[in-house]
Design a protein around this ligand. Sequence first.
Ligand code: PLP
Length: 388
Amino acid sequence: MKFMEAERVRNLPPYLFARIEQLIEQKRAEGVDVISLGIGDPDLPTPKFIIDAAAKELYNPANHQYPSSAGMLSYREAVASWYSRRFGVELDPKREIVSLIGSKEGIAHIPWCYCNPGDVVLVPDPGYPVYGQGTILAGGLPFSLSVTPERGYKPDFSTVPDDVATKAKILFINYPNNPTGATADLDFFEEVVAFARKYQLLVCHDAAYSEIAYEGYRPPSFLETPGAKDVGIEFHSVSKAYNMTGWRVGWAVGNPDAVQALGRLKTNIDSGVFQAVQYAAIHALTNPQGDSAELCAIYQARRDLVVDTLNEIGWSLEKSKATFYIWAPVPAGHTSATFAELVLDNAGVVITPGTGYGAGGEGYFRISLTVSNERLREAMERLRRALK
Ligand SMILES: *Cc1c(COP(=O)(O)O)cnc(C)c1O
């Protein structure tokens, strides 16, 4: 029997990293010692105090039943207290916070809440692929907002045609930014609030990297901006700050109508996050040991190694203040794809072609700093040899 896939799935490209994993497997089968700098997934383990807290909760039968879809109140209170301490943002745990199965889940689902067929969603290009694909799955139309180094990878809202902005329901933004490493300050967020007000858009800010920053820089929350809660929500999780990508726990916070619409949708799809995992997140957010300074120092040393190496062999990159990514132009004469292929063939190193983040990523590649110092050093030595 042959099943005919629905158009929405037939037209869905495989998730970028699923494709990269296939490629790596193929090379490894050929006997190549591949070093992958492709995937942004922390290599270091979850801190022990978090694992210990979760392990204890595993044995409590009360945690074995369906969790509440919105998250335990104590979980939402832990998120609220973290926002208050970290950003000075006050949130009502009952109305302005919903738990997510990782922030990716909420990002993929929010267009279902606000897009009727044909409605527009403004999506940065290059950007995290889930904004556009989540929009398409919900029947919406992504509109690419070009972001370029000249403007610090911030969209220029004055270039969005009036009829597009009028049809738009959602604006996705993401700072500190994957894949470019760009950061945004409150002045830019104020521009975002004004644009969203003018066109009645829901701003969805993806703050996944707010805790991965260097040299004393502390990235702000979008919700620190005056009026932000009237127009927007923020997606976040413990994934990047606490090496917890596998645990699948995050949150959406901010505008109470949007948070509750997402929560209502989710009650019809999932049944929340395993409570032992919610307890793990509570401990991560409330324990004073849950400080990512040590982790950031490790990434900062890796960032310096990669940027210094690239600059020694012909690049002239600045060091980004946040995220664990290096975003760099490919050498003249290359496309993103041909350069990624060259690096894989000649160095056995996987880098991500910029086009994986949209057409606007053409001419760039991304290196992720989430491999051990030893493997990263080896990868840089191989790049040096291969690209000399
Ligand atoms: C990693 C990442 C996320 C999602 O992480 P979760 O583990 O689902 O919380 C969201 N946005 C960006 C830009 C990311 O890089």
